[in-house]
Ligand binder design. Structure first.
Ligand code: ADP
Ligand code: MG
Ligand code: MG
Length: 871
């Protein structure tokens, strides 16, 4: 019932139904939140009576009465939306305490220190969350009190001390609000409920929703729950745990707790938390006792409970708990956030354990998150100048300039810089800075601190709790190991080792784990579409094959034109005055292209390779500097001035829509002739090398009409015959076209009469379909997505309504003429999971993307196939 009760409320109810020890309570549903915002921030009329009845029932189970001066029920008020939003909404603990009930709590617990500690926590939390008074005000009071008393830790203070602090706190509230801290428990409760609903629309919650695509209409629920106390003494504790390691995915109970503590003490990094299990304590070489050693009975029950929860939810759980006088209480469970690496390992191991199916394992991995696994770590051979060590909070490594605020992170990122966000600790206000940083470094906080949790979710490296670093926000400097760093200095963090290193350090490409290979294998067995890569260099082709590409979907021949001396020959060709001059230059290029193609065909060893004829406007290759011009002029035997004049003639106002694509082959068939010859001769050579027949797919770019395609096709067919005659070899090949202009989509039925395949060039199709130049879109496109005019950047995720329909039209018309026509996509969209899902929907044969995205596409294609099956 997550939609109605929110994640937290639904899971609390579920745990209670399972018979687990959950403090009693009730949930005000998300529907009330929706009502609240629809009705000028007011409640449904029946709510008050319902809350009173539920409070009574809760009190009856807990054995207390809300507001009773002798036997008071204390509650927590906790927000909980449908999707988990860590740290977004504020929880109020110990609600119901006032000057009278605190005495009752002291009496009934026989622990006055505990009662007054709880009361001061309540005043501070309530004042912050509900009354909007900054935490800082209370921290200042507490710090100066501790100074006066020569105390360092909260636990050094006794009941009398807390009474004094409370008096100061209350005075502060009265001073700031011009009215006293509310003493009436009912007023406290409604204040807290209103604050939870109110916080749904606060800026940090809105930022989180925006970053995570959560609609504002969902609303949050409010959970009111009887308090249990982890701050009652040495046999009480509070903690958080994961049923498996959220960094590595290892199947081990993993977590942190603090004796004699409450609520978020563990997460806030106030004291260094202790390990839950002995094994973890030993591994961490910690001297502080584990929960297993300190609270053995509660631990045993906890271990049983966590195992049961994981089985029940069939996923790794993130659990919050409290031990009150040796008795375990469960306060929350949810699917745990994890790194990509962990997510992969957990999914594969759970499938192998039989807990989930392989299909579920596939569905659980976010294809985009695989990106993270394909990202660099520090080269083990590189020298490391370690300046500090903290906790390995989120794996991966990153280098960047130091910034000390999220604002500076955004500014630097906008200026094209890589930054590491360095903070004493992070808060939800830092989400926008964390989002643009390459990595995050904090000097306080544990493995479950805000920084650690959010960084893992974002897939960014994070080192937390690097306590030896001193940060001075005012001077924008930090010192570590005696070295002073200023804002803008470069550091590297290693989130797997928890290290902070001076300068930039050599990185290494990741190694693909066994789990990765296993999951990819399962995905391959399920997907229908083939996955190819866009590659032209031998190196890219090799990476593509390593990552499992089943061919090349797009080889951009012009990329082969830039290397070494070739560019001179290319320039000669472009600048030649006549066909004879062009042919002379093309003759120099032929052997180079032939050997390139031969090598590519060899690497791909019989897999399909689609080669696109020369596409970009010629001026892109022109010499720019005087030196370059002189070089080409000498090689051609013409004057530099003449050459400059010729180059100026090639100027175009709008090259994207100018003399490019097959227009080049129409005007200068000899270019297409040379390329076709190089392809056929290269194919024969590679076929001999590998013993596998190469069937090149030759692709004509930027076609708008069948007649145009036919002209280029004739040149290619002619060359095939010529080469066959010369070599005595028959060459199997296909000629098809790139569909990348709206007119081609509309004329697809005719074009398919002679074109054997279509490859959708969705980059140009997006530019021409929307009339938006990708290179000029930056200045306005952001507003289009922000205002919801377009659902996403159409250059990243295919614009289904517009460009998508053009693709569908072309696919349908092409198939009508040629039912077995091969249809693929080779724009950037070929590596985008949403676009891949669309390709599956309309039945394309393959997607082609950059080599590093091949694994993402394999997984996304499998998920798309599963989703289609499920429809
Ligand atoms: P968040 O959504 O930020 O995790 P929670 O509502 O889970 O906030 O509350 C934070 C912490 O407060 C919990 O992890 C738990 O330690 C403590 N807490 C909440 N409710 C209770 C309760 N009824 N009794 C004791 N501790 C509680
Ligand atoms: Mg929390
Ligand atoms: Mg919680």
């Amino acid at each position: 019932m997550r939609d109605l009760l929110g994640g937290k409320g639904a899971n609390l109810a579920e745990m209670a139904n399972l018979g687990l020890p959950v403090p009693p309570g009730f949930t005000i549903t998300t529907e009330v939140c929706t009502y609240f915002y629809k009705n000028g921030k007011s409640y449904p009329p029946e709510l008050e009576a319902d809350v009173n009845a539920a409070l009574e029932a809760t009190g009856a189970i807990a054995g207390h009465v809300f507001g009773d001066p002798v036997n008071p029920l204390l509650v927590s008020v906790r927000s909980g939306a449908r999707a988990s939003m860590p740290g977004m909404m504020d929880t109020v603990l110990n609600l119901g305490l006032n000057d009278v009930t605190v005495e009752a709590l002291a009496q009934s617990s026989g622990n006055a220190r505990f009662a007054y500690d709880s009361y001061r926590r309540f005043i501070q939390m309530y004042s912050n969350v509900v009354l909007n008074i900054d935490h800082h005000e209370f921290e200042t009071i507490l710090d100066s009190f501790k100074d006066r008393k020569d105390a360092t830790l909260d636990t050094d203070l006794d009941a009398a001390d807390w009474k004094e602090v409370i008096a100061d706190y209350k005075a502060k509230v009265a001073e700031m609000l011009a009215e006293p801290f509310p003493q009436d428990p009912k007023a406290q409760l409604w204040g807290a409920i209103g604050a939870v609903f109110g916080s749904w629309m606060n800026p940090r919650a809105e930022t989180y929703r925006r970053l995570n695509g959560i609609p504002a209409s969902w609303g949050t629920a409010v959970n009111v729950q009887a308090m249990v106390f982890g701050n009652m003494g040495e046999t009480s504790a509070t903690g958080v745990a994961f049923t498996r390691d959220p960094s590595t995915g290892e199947n081990l109970l993993y977590g942190e707790f603090l004796i004699n503590a409450q609520g978020e003490d563990v997460v806030a990094g106030i004291r260094t938390p202790q390990n839950i299990t002995e094994a973890a304590r030993i591994a961490a070489r910690s001297e502080k006792p584990s929960m297993e050693a300190a609270l053995p009975e509660a631990f045993a029950e906890f271990r049983r409970t966590t195992a049961l929860l994981e089985k029940h939810y069939r996923d790794m759980q993130d659990i919050e708990f409290t031990v009150e006088n040796g008795k375990l209480w469960m306060l929350q469970t949810r699917s745990g956030k994890r790194t990509s690496k962990a997510s992969l390992r957990i999914a594969v191991e759970m499938a192998n354990e039989g807990l989930i199916t392989r299909e579920e394992a596939i569905a659980r991995i976010d294809p985009a998150a695989l990106d993270q696994l394909l990202h660099p770590t520090i080269d083990p051979k590189a020298e490391r100048k370690i300046v500090a060590t903290g906790l390995p909070a989120s794996p991966g490594a990153a280098s960047g300039e130091i910034v000390f605020s999220s604002e500076d992170a955004e500014t630097a990122k906008a200026a094209g810089k890589a930054v590491i966000l360095v903070r004493i600790e992070t808060s939800p206000d830092d989400i926008h800075g964390m989002n643009v940083a390459e990595g995050i470094l904090t000097t306080r906080g544990g493995m479950t601190s805000h920084a650690a949790v959010v960084a893992r979710g974002m897939g960014k490296p994070c080192v937390s709790g690097a306590g030896t670093i001193r940060i001075d926000y005012k001077t924008e400097k930090m010192t570590a190991a005696g070295v002073e760093f200023s804002k803008g200095d470069i550091i590297t963090i290693d989130g797997a080792a928890g290290q902070v290193l001076q300068g930039e350090i050599a990185m290494q490409k990741p190694e693909l784990s066994g789990e990765f290979q296993a999951l990819m294998g399962w995905a391959d067995a399920i997907r229908r579409m083939a996955v190819r890569a866009n590659a032209e260099t031998p190196q890219d082709a090799r990476i593509a094959r390593q990552f499992g590409a089943e061919g090349i979907g797009l080889c951009r021949t012009e990329h082969m034109f830039f290397e070494g001396d070739r560019i001179i020959a290319v320039r000669e060709m472009i600048l030649a005055d006549d066909e004879a001059g062009r042919r002379k230059a093309l003759a120099k290029l032929l052997p180079m292209q032939r050997s390139d193609f031969a090598e590519l065909f060899e690497i791909m060893s019989g897999l399909p390779v689609t080669i696109r004829l020369l596409d970009p406007p010629l001026h892109e290759f022109l010499p720019q500097s005087d030196e370059e011009i002189a070089e080409v002029a000498a090689s051609m035997g013409v004057s530099a001035d003449a050459l400059k004049r010729r180059a100026a003639e090639l100027h175009e106002f709008n090259p994207m829509l100018g003399f490019r694509g097959c227009r080049l082959a129409i005007a200068f068939p000899e270019i297409a002739e040379m390329q076709a010859r190089a392809i056929f001769e290269g194919a024969i050579a590679a076929g001999k090398q590998t013993g596998r027949v190469v069937t090149p797919e030759i692709m004509v770019p930027l076609v708008i009409a069948k007649a145009e395609f036919d002209l280029v096709r004739a040149t290619i067919d002619q060359m095939a015959q010529t080469v066959a005659k010369e070599t005595g070899e028959t060459i199997p090949y296909h000629v098809g076209t790139m569909i990348e202009l709206p007119r081609a989509c509309l004329r697809a039925a005719e074009i398919a009469e002679t074109a054997e395949f279509f490859s959708f060039g969705t980059n140009d199709l997006t530019q021409t379909g929307l009339g938006i130049s990708r290179d000029d879109a930056a200045s306005f496109l952001g507003r289009y997505t922000a205002k919801g005019i377009l659902p996403a950047d159409p250059f990243v995720t295919i614009d289904q309504d517009g460009v998508g329909e053009l693709v569908e039209i072309a696919a349908e018309r092409g198939r009508k003429t040629r039912p077995d026509i091969k249809l693929g996509i080779c724009g950037e969209h070929g590596g985008d999971p949403h676009s891949i899902a669309f390709c599956e929907k309309i039945g394309l044969s393959y997607v082609s993307c950059s080599p590093f995205r091949v694994p993402i596409a394999r997984l996304a294609a499998a998920q798309a196939a599963l989703a289609k099956k499920g429809d």
